[in-house]
Design a protein. Sequence first.
Length: 517
Amino acid sequence: MPTPPAHSRLFLNGRIFTSARAQRWASSVLVQGGVVVAIDPPRDAVPIACEIVDLQGGALLPGLIDSHLHLTLGSTAHDELNLRGSTSREEFSARIAARHHALPRGEWLIAHSWNEADWKGCAPDASWLEAAHDRPAVAWRMDRHSCVVNRAALTQLHIPSSIKGGHIARDEHGALTGLFQEAAAWQLIVPAIPALSHARLRVAILEGARLLRSKGLVAVGSMEYLCDLREVFDGLRDELPLRVHTTVLDRAWPVDATIEEARTFAASSRLRIIGMKAFIDGTLGSRTAAMLAPYADDLGNDGLLVELAKDGHLDAWLDLVRRAGLSPSMHAIGDRAARLALDAADAARTRFPENNLRSAPRFEHMQTMHHADIARMHGRFASMQPLHKADDARLASSRLNASRIERFFPFRSLLNAGATLAFGSDWPIVSPDPLEGMRAAITGLDLNGRAFATEHNLTVEEALDAYTLNPARMLMLPSGVIAPTFAADFTLLREDPFTWNWHSGTPEVLATFVDGV
């Protein structure tokens, strides 16, 4: 008798949603060598020695994918102080004090995830970090586009009077408040914070990747700096427990050498570089997203253009990235930034037609869009984050006022216009749990449990496509659908997502399979 193919597995005894247009549902799946070879195979096509994987009545789905997160940043945030949920200055300061007393002398105190929506007030200043005493301390807003530092940190820094593409907050007397935004935070504060060793980064990234896989994720699109990909990730490519398709964050002009290194980076089944990212603006929460009209709660401010967009290099950058066969990814949160991203992509399309998926532009976030720009997304990828909607919904009414709420996370309008939705989390900005993201997209509930902008709610199938089929295409992954020749990347849930009451919570992940394992 011939020897059966290695690693043959038959998945059965569950509800199998394939996502394939030809056959949406199946009762069994045959996998050999990590690849799907048959759906509902006849008995005589199943090798005698095939391993049976009993789904125990669960729901087997194409593996869930996060189209946009920050694996290094999310993994290292675990060792930092988490200020999420601080509902008052007193609670904020108490957490700072506790962390200060737990740290060795001389070490920076690094905190993250404060949000003024949690205490319904203003952003903190340096005095909120007084409990760190003479220890340098920095606390990042949840969006990582603003931070506040204490007086001890300020004494170590050389602060210019202003910085292009950023904001240095000062009081009415011209004194520093400790709040830094966009380029001011990235160029002045980040370089002063002691860096972790490569060995510690490798441990943290593997721990973070295992956490993501436990959430049901089989693959992620991660935004990373080239130095980390070269010096940290490259040595982990055979150990990563899920697929990591990366986009390079380096965007200092000129970028020719960076693009060439990204283009020639060795690819494997678990690690590859697929594109480059440019920031056009900031965030809605920090009031640095570039808006067509001023913020309703800050009438002198319509946000910031940053980096390549600010300096007029966006068009040239798009050409360089696409010519290298890489995908240009553009961060655009404000409606003015979204229009600028579309203008640049339209102009680039006249020079290089968008007929190559590998070099197709990705539009990241697109949290607010003028109705006149929605149709321009036809046939394009909108890489969006439903949990951002759930979080920013608490601030949206004050930032935008009632007349502009229609522009806020227009999922349904984008779908109707022929855009392709690819969902992610932007972890560590919000939870990387894709089922929590699905819940937000399906119910329209914000983080306080209030239904908001529900006219853009999605069906379960639409939300699933946005976490499976669509990001797989956008990130050029070998999975996203359960069909022959595709990678056997699956997520097994205890409950059927199509009959589940999403208002009550999320289904439970029973197992995550990558290459059928």
